[in-house]
Ligand binder design. Structure first.
Ligand SMILES: NC(=O)c1ccc[n+]([C@@H]2O[C@H](COP(=O)([O-])OP(=O)(O)OC[C@H]3O[C@@H](n4cnc5c(N)ncnc54)[C@H](OP(=O)(O)O)[C@@H]3O)[C@@H](O)[C@H]2O)c1
Length: 277
């Protein structure tokens, strides 16, 4: 048994050594939400591994600044698309218009309606469904099709510890994150035999502008830097279906999803999120 485990580990390392990151996931990676925070850290980590980039976000200036910084530091091509990911049809048109071989999709962007569900507007709920569910779903279909034809590629969907159980005052966001976890798990099994690596990153708190701007956000135990989360995730590509960056978060997820009853897990989550407004 021990021998078999060692053999498997060696075989995996050989496979990785034989196929460098840029060969498996290049020549271009698309980071949806790649202008700042975690998305920019993903873009930086991918560029460091020698893969060209397409980065998508709404703010054109932030995109251009990030693209220039990455080009300068890593000498890769960085194409920017200033677009709202809630409009999949527009994003699809602009991505397919590039005519590029995209070998890696990182879907990072999210819309986070914070506060009581009763007070959420239809616009907020629709935006969460569009940015966090509809677009990652359709984008995964759009970009996985040519990857399947090539017999190689990778897909990373961003989820959250909040998506492991109901999260009061973050209920919609948490539910959209649960969707991404379950989608990635299913696709991991479907796509692995076709040569694609699918991974869901179930992150705890990350010090991004988005996190810092959340009005009542209290620093949670195990809070990580965007770079640490991006690196642990990129290093886990091929070891799916799930990566939980950080030791504290690994323990937290095990406790919340495996050991505690659903009621107890929701109760604990509520202590962190119940006061959000
Ligand atoms: N931060 C945390 O503590 C934490 C914890 C667990 C999981 N996560 C997950 O990690 C991911 C990143 O989270 P974050 O909130 O911290 O964000 P972030 O990485 O700081 O930035 C979000 C990125 O997405 C872009 N973006 C947001 N909405 C967009 C839209 N509608 N269309 C196009 N681009 C859009 C932003 O640029 P523009 O604003 O210019 O569009 C920015 O580039 C999310 O999926 C989140 O669920 C975060």
């Amino acid at each position: 048994m021990a021998r078999a485990t060692t053999d498997n580990r060696v075989r995996k390392n050989i496979t990785r050594t034989a196929r460098p990151f840029s060969e498996k996931y290049g020549p271009y990676a698309l980071v949806a939400g790649g202008s700042y925070g975690l998305g920019a850290a993903f873009a930086e980590g991918i560029a460091r591994r020698g893969v060209n980039l397409v980065i998508v976000a709404r703010n054109r200036e932030a995109l251009i600044a990030t693209a220039a910084r990455i080009r300068e530091a890593h000498g890769v091509d960085v194409i920017t698309i200033a677009a709202d990911l809630s409009d999949f049809d527009d994003v699809k048109k602009r991505v397919t218009g590039l005519g590029l071989d995209i070998g890696l999709l990182i879907y990072d962007a999210a819309f986070v309606p914070i506060g009581s569900f009763a007070e959420a507007t239809e616009d907020q709920l629709s935006a969460a469904a569009a940015v966090n569910v509809r677009t990652p779903l359709l984008m995964t279909r759009l970009l996985s099709a040519p990857m399947i034809e090539r017999g190689r590629g990778g897909i990373v969907l961003m989820s959250s510890l909040a998506g492991g159980q109901g999260s009061p005052n973050l209920a919609t966001y948490a539910a959209t994150k649960a969707f991404n976890t379950i989608l990635a798990e299913g696709l991991w099994k479907e796509f692995t035999p076709l040569g694609l690596d699918v991974l869901v990153c179930t992150a705890g708190a990350i010090l991004t502008p988005g996190y810092e701007q959340a009005e009542s956000a209290r620093p949670a135990p195990g809070t990580m830097s965007p770079t640490a989360v991006a690196e642990q995730t990129l290093n886990a590509l091929g070891d799916g279906p799930v990566v939980v960056p950080g030791a504290v978060n690994k323990i937290g997820r095990f406790l919340m999803t495996r050991l505690l009853s659903r009621r107890a897990a929701i109760g604990i989550m509520s202590k962190n999120t119940g006061g959000l407004s």
